[in-house]
Design a protein around this ligand. Structure first.
Ligand code: SIN
Length: 524
């Protein structure tokens, strides 16, 4: 536990948004447009957000042969029975209009008529991926949003890490912010929106920046909110497998396979040649195929090299810097931790189970993704649900005033991540899971101090051990089939522990009974 921090009095903006990926920026922008005063707190520059690093693109039905209904059907099919239908419908229905508004932004590659050039990705029955001209869509979209939001006079920006939420009588009323100068400041707000991303940066081999440590999940859990589906972490099947690859490792976008790339073994045989969807099989299946046939390579040798380099200029360049030619070489790949499907349980307006606390984007479990996210649905989620959370917060803000909370000392957690945690997760909580390895992880975690990362890993491994079936990204060698009785969600709450809710019962709007004290400092 940290020593007493140097306190400064904080102001009282109406809404605190934590995180500046696509979800946080969309929410902040829409809140400011609705006349609310906003403070955005982010611990890392925008370039280190997962949204900024995203390749692929944004999925939304646009082509003549496509529709939101088909997009919903694909999302549900790969979600393996764990999506919330209403959230899926809401997000895919809003997608086309939200993206059409962005046509003049310059973010997306357009044809000569000014219409989007659409890619295909795994699990999509139609070409519906809107992408940037250079293929680095996250960079284009997040950069553009950041530019448009940054000059807004209603938004204040604060670099810093939120180290604990401030709760009063069961309501979140602000956050403690540790700023780079070493101060820890209480920032009060009528509403707090978590948009901090997921926790896949805890793995050693990951497409996420190391900052992606699950901050928002822990903050919500610590404040008494319900977390859900923590056993579901998606592994991207094609991450550059080079021993010196750093963190984040280089993602080789699924759009390459949409363009015709093959996945081959050492002898050049296609490992998914017998699958009806070939290389465009759902991501969980491709990850398992790649993990079981190692070493595996992406091969684009059968395609026109000029077309390959033209379509993927940024990736061609990134590979060239590593001595590889995207069009001519076998590119070694392996699955890497990529996306957190679980998160803070919310409805489709970002409402959590704790009053005053909202969550949106990867930190949230809104029910959009189920057990296996459909490619390029997450930037869409950030854009659509970022606006929805803003609308719901604006509505709620009419009825609430920022509380005057006495500034009291609160014990603040130490955020260190054990040095060996990433490799441990790579070994034990990966594409294939076994009870023996998961128990070893549990044992190892029991010897560690209860820092936020360790607490989250304990919750993940408890859920992964409890779910004695295989579904989506959670694949157990000892129970390699889905079991109907597990169609539902494992939930966690600090006071109550872990429990299971069948079907969509977890999403029924209700509050978890409030514990007597949300945390010790509340009694002061
Ligand atoms: C990719 O480009 O393959 C990643 C896109 C995503 O994860 O949605």
């Amino acid at each position: 536990m940290a020593q007493e921090p140097p306190h400064r009095e904080g102001g009282a903006p109406e809404v605190l948004v934590i995180g500046q990926g696509v979800a946080g920026l969309s929410a902040a922008r829409a809140l400011a447009e609705r006349g609310l005063k906003v403070r955005v707190v982010a611990k890392a520059p925008v370039e280190r957000s997962n949204s900024y690093l995203a390749q692929g693109g944004v999925a939304a039905a646009f082509a003549a042969d496509d529709s939101p209904a088909l997009h919903a059907a694909d999302t549900l099919a790969v979600g393996r029975g764990l999506n919330r239908r209403q959230t899926v419908k809401t997000v895919v229905a809003a997608g086309p209009a939200v993206l059409r508004e962005l046509l003049p932004s310059g973010v997306f590659a357009l044809d000569s008529r000014g219409l989007p050039l659409l890619d295909r990705e795994a699990g999509h029955s139609r070409a519906r991926i809107w992408h940037a001209p250079d293929g680095y869509t996250g960079r284009a979209l997040t950069g553009w949003l950041w530019q448009t939001v940054h000059s807004h006079t209603a938004i204040e920006w604060e670099p810093g890490r939120v180290v604990r939420l401030i709760t009063r009588h069961g309501r979140v009323v602000g956050a403690w912010v540790a700023t780079p100068d070493g101060a820890v400041t209480p920032r009060l707000a009528a509403h707090v929106v978590l948009a901090t991303g997921g926790l896949a940066g805890l793995w050693r081999f990951t497409t996420n920046p190391p900052e992606t440590q699950g901050d928002g999940l822990w903050l919500a859990y610590d404040a008494g909110a319900v977390l859900a589906d923590l056993e579901f972490v998606q592994f991207h099947p094609t991450v550059l497998a080079q021993p010196q690859e750093g963190r984040p490792a280089l993602l080789l976008t699924e759009a390459l396979r949409g363009f015709g790339a093959h996945l081959v073994d050492r002898s050049g045989r296609r490992i998914l040649g017998d699958h009806p969807a070939g290389e465009l099989a759902p991501r969980d299946e491709v990850a398992r195929a790649v993990a079981s046939h190692a070493p595996v390579y992406l091969s684009l040798r059968h395609l026109d090299p000029d077309a390959v380099h033209r379509h993927f200029p940024a990736l061609s360049q990134a590979l060239a810097e590593r001595g590889l030619d995207l069009a001519r070489d076998y590119i070694p790949v392996r699955p890497g931790a990529h996306f957190t499907m679980g998160g803070v349980l919310t409805d489709s307006d970002g409402r959590t189970t704790v009053p005053g606390l909202w969550a949106v984007g990867e930190v949230a479990m809104s029910g959009l993704h189920g057990a296996n996210r459909l490619a390029s649905n997450s930037l869409l989620e950030g854009l659509v649900l970022g606006r929805r959370v803003a609308a719901a917060v604006a509505e709620a803000a009419r009825a609430s005033r920022p509380e005057r909370v006495p500034t009291v000392y609160e014990p603040l957690p130490a955020w260190e991540v054990p040095a060996e945690l990433g490799e441990l997760l790579d070994r034990t909580l990966s594409v294939f899971r076994t009870p023996t390895e998961m128990q070893a992880l549990r044992q190892a975690l029991s010897r560690e101090a209860s820092t936020p990362a360790v607490v989250l890993c304990r919750l993940m491994v408890e859920a992964a051990l409890a779910r004695t079936e295989s579904r989506g990204s959670h694949w157990r060698r000892d129970a390699a089939e889905p079991r109907p009785e597990w169609r539902g969600h494992l939930l966690h709450q600090r006071e109550r522990g872990m429990w299971f809710e069948p079907g969509e019962a977890a999403f029924a709007r209700r509050r978890v009974p409030r514990p007597a004290h949300l945390h010790p400092a509340e009694g002061i």
